[in-house]
Design a protein around this ligand. Structure first.
Ligand code: C2E
Ligand code: CA
Ligand code: CA
Length: 588
């Protein structure tokens, strides 16, 4: 049922319009003055607005002006009801952005006709937009998920499939084998045969691998030389060995290429989920170790991963113990990395990043200890520590006249805790920070575990007035269509797309398409990992909103960032003073 908002101060007229529309099965909301109308338009998101032009206080011009400024309401068709036939005022409302007008007194069919036209227009526009979004998303996914020379899935898609397998938990009692197949010294073919022929060779090799791996396996290209093969659940080691053996045999048969016979040599490393790694990264790492062992035994061999188990687990145990102590002994530090607004040249936000400094002053990377903390459940305590530290710091900066939003990372484990928003409120109350200065960064993996709950949690946080941002966009599921359901304010394009941005046209295409689509969904775009001036210039040219990366500043202790902020403020003041002076002198 279409929802129509009727804004009209004359009761009798309003009621008669409402009656006609109700008879036509429209859902109606009524406003008896302009302010009420604006409020209802914003909160109820009607499909169409009928608005009287002449009203006391806020009149129809005023209502239209406000709604046109708001991205959430600008697209709603707006029909003016007017007694004026004075052409100048009709022109004025059309110029303000009205879709149509009807002059009073009007007939029932005039009213319904105007409404039908606008609703039809709007529907067609919406369909067009959805189609464009779908097409662009498909293109983006093709670019982002597939290797261009073999048309095989790349590591990103492999990661996604792997996550699905783990999350569906279909294989609780089973194991999933992963193979890494390496074409040993494949570059020599690129040199020897030239790019075109070696690409052809690569395609026939790919075909043989796909046929041999079977339709239930996923074959992905990891890099120039390596393929990953995710086999279907298989319990028997014998069966896995058989497949590896067959792959090696088939690939050792010569390839006929341009009347030449070409022989290649391969090695295979095999790792098994979850025994040799319960995350893709650890599984890939161990399988790569197995591959290295296979390569040492000369060509055409396979090798299962053999953990030097004792050594490994004792290392981990030690790390776990130390990490638990680190929290108590105050070895954690909050570093901050600035985010620059490309339009204004101002530093407007900073991401809080955790550092663990051990008693011997060495730093442990969060990339190493956060995953461990997630596994042992300690990450909730770490995240809360950081949330408090960052809010507190933002308040201190504010008191020094430096207004800055702080962005805090939320681990998926923490995000899926039931009392999250209550905890956040407590931190805001204790530190006195206003919610609009806090941004929470969530990754897509945190959302997929339970989508409905994720939406509810995000809405709760949003209702507190906190900003929400989607972290590492592009490294996971990355369907913008699907993201539309989540109330994010901004999106952070993953570092992997920004790296080599200006050297790889594929990344350029992905980044520009992402920026455009994000903007069409009213999302602010932050690019992370910006390291060079060229990357910065490219992003600026393509209307990216904020950038973060070594080009602006490394993550740094709060005092250092404070100095940088003060400098940034002075520079900006100097620039605006200079502009003002220029304006003055041009006036004189
Ligand atoms: P992230 O959220 O994607 O954070 C951005 C990472 O990129 C940071 O790594 C940052 O130092 C790095 N980085 C920033 N600019 C550049 C650049 O120009 N080039 C390159 N190569 N790297 C850049 P860091 O600090 O090592 O953190 C790694 C990850 O650990 C973070 O990735 C985040 O997922 C996690 N993490 C850090 N602090 C916290 C925390 O307080 N809570 C939680 N849950 N996770 C955290
Ligand atoms: Ca982050
Ligand atoms: Ca990130």
């Amino acid at each position: 049922m279409k929802k129509i908002l009727v804004i009209e101060d004359e009761r009798i007229l309003r009621q008669s319009v409402v009656k006609i529309l109700k008879n036509e099965n429209f859902e109606i909301i009524e406003a008896k003055n302009g302010s009420m109308g604006v409020y209802l338009a914003r909160t109820q998101k009607p499909d169409l607005i009928l608005c009287d032009l002449i009203m006391p206080e806020l009149d129809g011009y005023g209502v239209l002006g406000i709604l046109q400024q708001d991205p959430n309401t600008v697209m709603i068709p707006f029909i003016c009801l007017t007694a004026q036939e004075d052409r100048a005022s009709l022109r004025q409302i059309m110029e303000l952005g009205a879709s149509d007008y009807i002059t009073k007194p009007f007939t029932r069919s005039e009213l319904l006709g105007a409404i039908a036209t606008q609703l039809g227009k709007r529907e067609r526009l919406r369909q067009q937009q959805n189609l464009a979004l779908l097409e662009a998303t498909a293109k983006l996914n093709r670019l982002a998920y597939y290797d261009s020379s073999t048309k095989l899935p790349n590591q990103l898609l492999l990661r996604e499939e792997f996550t699905k397998i783990v999350q569906l938990n279909l294989y609780q009692s089973q194991v999933v084998p992963l193979m890494i197949l390496c074409l040993n010294q494949f570059q020599r073919f690129t040199y020897g045969l030239g790019t075109k022929s070696s690409e052809k060779l690569l395609q026939v090799i790919t075909e043989r691998i796909i046929v041999c791996a079977g339709i239930h396996s996923l074959v992905a290209r990891l890099n120039e030389e390596q393929f990953a093969i995710l086999l279907p659940k298989l319990n028997a080691r014998k069966k896995i060995e058989k497949i590896a053996q067959t792959l090696l045999e088939i690939l050792s048969q010569p390839f006929d290429l341009e009347e030449k016979k070409i022989y290649i040599s391969c090695s295979i490393g095999i790792g098994i989920f979850p025994l040799d790694g319960n995350k893709l990264d650890s599984l890939l790492q161990n399988t790569t170790a197995a591959l290295a062992e296979a390569q040492q035994m000369s060509g055409n061999r396979y090798q299962f991963y053999r953990p030097s188990l004792k050594e490994q687990s004792s290392d981990r145990f030690q790390l776990e113990m130390d990490l638990r102590l680190a929290v108590e002994q105050g070895e954690l530090l909050a570093y901050y990395q600035p985010q620059l607004d490309l339009k204004t040249g101002k530093i407007v936000a900073a991401e809080a990043l955790m550092r663990w400094q051990r008693p011997d002053s060495s730093f442990v990377s969060p990339a190493k200890f956060i995953p461990l903390a997630e596994e042992i459940g300690l990450v909730i305590a770490l995240d809360e520590w950081m949330l408090y530290a960052a809010c507190n710091q933002a308040k201190i900066w504010q008191q020094q006249g430096l207004n800055l939003t702080v962005a805090v990372n939320l681990s998926g484990v923490h995000f899926n805790q039931s009392d999250l928003s209550r905890r956040v409120v407590r931190v805001l109350e204790n530190t006195g920070l206003e919610p609009q200065y806090l941004e929470l960064e969530v990754t897509e993996t945190a959302l997929v575990q339970n989508q409905e709950r994720a939406i509810a949690t995000l809405q709760e946080l949003k209702a507190l007035g906190i900003r929400l941002s989607l972290d590492d966009f592009g490294s996971g599921y990355s369907s913008l269509m699907y993201l539309q359901q989540f109330p994010f304010d901004s999106l952070k394009i993953d570092r992997s797309f920004i790296q080599n941005l200006t050297k790889e046209s594929k990344n350029e295409a992905i980044v520009t398409a992402t920026i455009q689509m994000a903007h069409s969904l009213n999302l602010q775009v932050v690019a992370e990992g910006v390291e060079t001036q060229q990357e910065q210039a490219f992003l600026s040219q393509h209307q990216c909103d904020l950038i973060q990366g070594y080009a602006i500043g490394h993550p740094m202790p709060p005092l250092e960032l404070q100095k940088m902020l003060q400098l940034n403020q002075q520079t900006n003041q100097a620039i605006s003073l200079k502009k003002a002076a220029n304006n003055l002198s041009s006036l004189n």
